[in-house]
Design a protein around this ligand. Sequence first.
Ligand code: FMN
Length: 195
Amino acid sequence: MSDESVSGFLQTRRSVMARNMTTPGPDRATLETLLSIAVRVPDHGKLAPWRLIVLQGEERTRLGAVAKAAFIDDNPDAEGTQVQAAADQFERAPCVVAVIARPVAHPKIPRSEQILSAGAVCMNLLTAAQSMGFAAQWLTGAAAYAPSVAAYLGAQEGDEIAGFIYLGTAREAPSERARPSLDDVVRFGVSGDQH
Ligand SMILES: Cc1cc2nc3c(=O)[nH]c(=O)nc-3n(C[C@H](O)[C@H](O)[C@H](O)COP(=O)(O)O)c2cc1C
């Protein structure tokens, strides 16, 4: 890919909502390429403060059962459709990669930097998959904050679920999403009047 086509891709890249995904997902070899790209991120101190868990097939169903139980615990009065949605959430796409931030104690590298690096893993995986023509979306939802889900995924004390990256094929191309105006989020210079 030329530099121009990389920047063109990045200027138009879009996520596809998990509910608009279908099969196929990436095959094993493609997935390994995607995961290699995912972990090629800025990582202060080479701490590798993240873990990735690939969920396909019935692994998604089993994680859904854990998420469903957590959802019922937190929402005892929820309607049946909501409970079902919690159970089925990971089956919206053929492949879901859970990215766990695993910050370690370090005298110079704060926890926040390590969590940011896990976010970079999520974004790299998302971008890499989209660049190969896959549908991809970065989601958290209540499941990402449920201790039972984290424990099921093997999370340790201090770990955080940075996201679930859904990977599949788009049923239809996504429409454009509104983006912030640069004027609202960028200042050229501290005083805001330098260009
Ligand atoms: C950490 C994180 C968690 C997110 N969790 C959710 C979520 O649970 N539900 C949701 O609808 N969007 C969620 N999003 C937003 C979508 O991933 C994303 O903003 C949207 O699909 C548009 O992405 P795009 O800019 O790649 O097109 C999350 C984004 C981030 C960064």
